[in-house]
Design a protein around this ligand. Structure first.
Ligand SMILES: Nc1ncnc2c1ncn2[C@@H]1O[C@H](COP(=O)(O)OP(=O)(O)O)[C@@H](O)[C@H]1O
Ligand SMILES: [Mg+2]
Length: 317
């Protein structure tokens, strides 16, 4: 099936070549050009702590990308496989464990499955409990590079009728072993997730240090920002912790925080994208993910030297 990949948003049009004001004609291109010119943006979602919302952020961004017609691959690096469970893909012949043992294109192809959210737009590189065997504490450079090698093969392994992936989201486990470090070696950007609690600052600081350290193996890697999750706006404690984070990390703290809403758990439990859940709480969280995705894409457009609108985030809201 050939799908239109053009999206219109309040006076702007998004296609594979970026955003364009509707009063100006958007550049057109054919499928072959798109394969040649397209740039894949790879974002690692990490924290050094479990249960703070890494998977929720990866899935929320995938949901926002799906709503905008952006083809996305979620790579489930966590042996707990929560992202895989929520995306509920069809059976695959291989998993992440096989890819990390042998990252050749045929194995990568076998480990990618279409999600139940939208078989055209959101795919999963399927996680596995056995991936823990690849989470060695002091991996060799060869081991660290395997995920990057696998993801480099993506443009050549996708089916002829499919668009290339524009966004690749790496959902990391909560430790700094081989799996998270492989994600940092493979990514262009690192998105750090935290809750607004007492240990948030030290946790984010350690995660930043991990990103900086991994730059010796991946010069392209840049921190994209800090996402503050599960915020209760009326909690003084939360407001205090957020201002503490802003004092230390400045504009790297995302201007939009994710509120604590039951809808997040409900949508995940029902294996549905948050944008399809439809309650007021889900709409609130979805809007936050739309804004976050705009920032993620804007960082990618900077990399690709594309024209941008400074007011896009407000336009999109
Ligand atoms: N903003 C939120 N509001 C309500 N529940 C949330 C929110 N973010 C995460 N959760 C819930 O918290 C739990 C842990 O989140 P998860 O994304 O799996 O964390 P991690 O991947 O960092 O271990 C999940 O049950 C998830 O549904
Ligand atoms: Mg997780």
């Amino acid at each position: 099936m050939i799908r239109s990949s053009t999206v219109r948003v309040k006076g702007y049009c998004l296609n594979g070549l970026g955003f364009h004001k509707l009063d100006r004609p958007a550049p057109t291109y054919n499928r072959k050009d798109r394969r040649l010119t397209h740039v894949q943006q790879t974002v690692a979602v990490l924290s050094l702590k479990g249960g703070v919302g890494k998977t929720t952020v990866a899935l929320g961004l995938a949901s926002a990308a799906m709503r905008r017609g952006i083809r996305t691959l979620v790579v489930d690096l966590d042996p707990q496989c929560n992202a895989t469970a929520t995306l509920d893909p069809e059976d695959s012949k291989a998993t992440l464990t096989d890819v990390l043992a042998d990252p050749q294109p045929s194995v990568v192809r076998d480990a990618i499955a279409r999600s139940s959210w939208d078989g055209d737009l959101v795919d999963v590189l399927v996680g596995s409990e056995d991936a823990e065997s690849h989470n060695v504490p002091d991996p060799s450079l060869n081991r660290l590079n395997r995920l990057a090698t696998a993801l480099d093969a993506l443009p050549e392994i996708i089916d002829e009728e499919d668009d290339p992936y524009q966004l690749v989201l790496l959902d990391c486990p909560p430790s700094l072993g081989q799996l998270t470090r492989s994600a940092l070696v493979a990514a262009d950007r690192a998105l750090l997730v935290t809750e607004p609690t007492m240990f948030a600052v030290s946790g984010v600081q350690r995660a930043f240090e991990a990103v900086q350290t991994e730059r010796k193996n991946n010069e392209e890697l840049q921190p994209l920002g800090v996402v503050v999750n599960r915020v209760r706006p009326r909690s003084h404690e939360h407001q205090f912790r957020i201002s503490e984070l802003r004092e230390i990390f400045g504009p790297l703290v995302m201007p939009v925080a994710l509120p604590d809403r039951l809808a997040v758990q409900q949508a995940q439990g029902a294996c549905m994208p948050i944008h399809a859940w439809g309650t007021p709480g889900a709409r609130e969280v979805s809007l936050a993910f739309n804004l976050m995705l705009a920032r993620v894409l804007r960082a990618g457009r900077g990399r690709q030297d594309r024209p941008r609108s400074d007011s896009f985030e407000e336009e999109y809201a």
